[in-house]
Design a protein around this ligand. Structure first.
Ligand code: AMP
Length: 294
């Protein structure tokens, strides 16, 4: 292990993506404890070094070989590609967190109602290449004002007529009197990898992706146990997706009933539990799953 090359992973040091990245990695046993001035975190797990950097530097880090892989918002990778940089980097896994969309937004009670009204106007954004590409494709002649933060303030302080920014819950837009008029793209956290990784590093990246997938699948799944009349078991498949072939166990002293164990890979909501009760299920247990393998 000592002479093996270390796997280098670029992560966002702080911001919307860093918490989810650290949470995912720690569920995969990396036990990372980021601290303010620590820019390099070392782990014995898979012989890995984590480089803590700005998220917009991550595609460049991977592309140039400063790191082997990196976790970043897909929107930043698209921006990087559209700015003409991408040579040696690709998306190797989708990580199902930090979902958001890149949207055009305008003053809610202003004159701009649709895309056509943007001609001749100024749009503030941190994603100039993605916006320029969209404007070109839609034949809209607008000016782009590049800002690296607080983009939603631009219309209020009179330096832009519209913005093109990331939206997650929509709260920030609402708080600043803005409304979305068009979604340019949907995004989530992705794992970027260099295309020419050595076979030794590739092996460890495959193991990492296996661990990520196990945790991601488990996140949305529940292990459900319940008691029910034997004759009602076929009804379960309409209520619990994944219940086509459930495990059933005899219940001592209750010959007409069984205990059912099933993993449901869909979200289980309160109305699912109510439906189970309505067909006579009892002793219902709904348990979170840590990891799902295979
Ligand atoms: P929200 O108020 O939840 O719609 O979040 C909007 C604010 O958070 C904006 O300032 C966005 O730039 C930022 N934001 C939302 N989602 C993400 C994300 N996935 N990655 C980076 N920044 C984001």
């Amino acid at each position: 292990m000592k002479n093996e090359p270390r796997l280098r992973v670029a992560l966002q040091k702080s911001g919307k993506l860093s918490e989810g990245s650290i949470e995912l990695l720690n569920k995969c046993s990396f036990n990372l404890r980021p601290a303010k001035n620590h820019y390099l975190l070392k782990s014995n797990e898979l012989n890995t070094d984590f480089l803590m950097v700005r998220d917009d530097d991550i595609p460049g880090f991977v592309d140039s070989g400063a790191s082997d892989i990196g976790i970043v918002g897909e929107n930043l990778f698209i921006e990087y590609q559209l700015a003409g940089h991408n040579k040696n980097v690709e998306i190797i896994s989708r990580l199902k967190f930090a979902q958001c969309r890149l949207s055009l937004a305008v003053v809610s009670d202003g004159d701009i109602k649709g895309l056509d009204d943007l001609n001749g106007k100024t749009i503030a954004t941190s994603y100039p290449a993605t916006l320029a590409d969209f404007l070109r494709q839609n034949n809209i002649q607008a000016n782009i004002l590049v800002m690296h933060g607080s983009v939603e303030l631009a219309p209020k302080i009179g330096i832009a007529d519209a913005i093109c920014d990331l939206v997650s819950t929509g709260t920030t837009l609402k708080e600043n009197g803005l409304s979305e008029i068009h979604i340019l793209l949907e995004s989530e956290a992705v794992l970027l990898g260099r295309k020419d990784l050595s076979s030794q590093i590739k092996e460890r990246v495959s193991e990492l992706i296996f661990r990520f997938d196990s945790v991601i699948r488990a996140k949305n799944s529940k292990y459900i146990m319940l008691h029910i009349d034997k004759v009602k078991v076929p009804l379960l498949k309409d209520i619990l997706p994944g219940c086509e072939a459930p495990t059933t166990l005899e219940l001592h002293g209750y010959p007409d009933k069984v205990a059912v164990h099933v993993v449901s890979e869909e979200h289980v909501f309160w109305d699912t539990i109510a439906k189970l009760k309505s067909i006579g299920a009892s002793s219902i247990l709904c348990v979170s799953i840590d990891k799902m393998m295979g």
